[in-house]
Write a protein that binds this ligand. Structure first.
Ligand code: SF4
Length: 103
């Protein structure tokens, strides 16, 4: 998994560092920088996916290729902020309705 942080979009809420402290380091004003340049280790990916989905400013972008939808299969949930595969490994209590996020 590879991500990019758009600091021009960031509002400094710090949610990303709460979910993925190994990936996002906050400065003294609460603005994050990427630790490791955006290449995410396997063990940090769930937290980073959570941060990506929860970022209120959509400042975290996935650079991974979208997962193709299999022919004849159910259409995946998509969102402009990332590929369908982002939704696959989240815990059930964080699941998004099949029709997509509400609101
Ligand atoms: S969650 Fe988003 S808006 Fe908040 S500090 Fe992280 S990148 Fe910035």
């Amino acid at each position: 998994m590879r991500i990019k942080l758009d600091r021009t979009m960031c509002d400094g809420f710090g949610t990303c560092a709460v979910h993925a402290p190994n990936t996002f380091s906050l400065d003294e004003w609460g603005y994050p920088s990427l630790v490791g340049g955006g290449d995410i280790a396997e063990e940090d990916q769930n937290g980073v996916k959570r941060a990506l989905l929860d970022c209120p400013a959509h400042a975290i972008l996935s650079l991974d290729e979208p997962t193709p939808i299999p022919a004849g299969g159910e259409a995946g949930i998509s969102r402009s902020a990332g590929p369908d595969s982002l939704w696959e490994h989240l815990p059930v209590h964080n699941a998004v309705p099949k029709n997509g996020p509400v609101g």
